[in-house]
Write a protein that binds this ligand. Structure first.
Ligand SMILES: NC(=O)c1ccc[n+]([C@@H]2O[C@H](COP(=O)([O-])OP(=O)(O)OC[C@H]3O[C@@H](n4cnc5c(N)ncnc54)[C@H](O)[C@@H]3O)[C@@H](O)[C@H]2O)c1
Length: 96
């Protein structure tokens, strides 16, 4: 199985990507989303949904280890530019 962590899977792009990924039976999809702008109804029923925030580094580490994640597709994002700008420091902390 290819264990995939898809962040933002309850959003517009993420829900389409998870739909495409789930067509391949060897893909095992774990969706991490805090539902801040996403919708439960968009979450692929063939995936495993984990409600949480990408800023929670310990949670990300736990998910990667517990579910033997091999691939990460990162789509969790704030589309509102002013909100994204004001929270940029948090995002940079996570990346580095
Ligand atoms: N929509 C488009 O046309 C388009 C085009 C090109 C690129 N993109 C990019 O694709 C990505 C996703 O866009 P979208 O349109 O699907 O947005 P969206 O708002 O529909 O989805 C984003 C998802 O991320 C989740 N999220 C936000 N912050 C989070 C956090 N801190 N922790 C966990 N989950 C969090 C939201 O709840 C939501 O489900 C963005 O990077 C966007 O710039 C979108």
């Amino acid at each position: 199985m290819n264990n995939i962590l898809l962040t933002g899977g309850a959003g517009y792009i993420g829900s389409h990507i998870s739909e495409l990924l789930s067509k391949k039976k060897t893909n095992n999809i774990f969706i991490l989303d805090n539902l801040s702008t996403g919708y439960k109804i968009l979450i692929n029923k063939k995936s495993h949904f984990l409600k949480g925030d990408i800023n929670d580094v310990n949670l990300i580490k736990k998910i990667i280890n517990k579910h033997n994640i091999e691939t990460i597709i990162h789509l969790a994002a704030l589309l509102n530019v002013s909100e994204a700008e004001s929270k940029k420091k948090n995002i940079i902390k996570i990346i580095f």
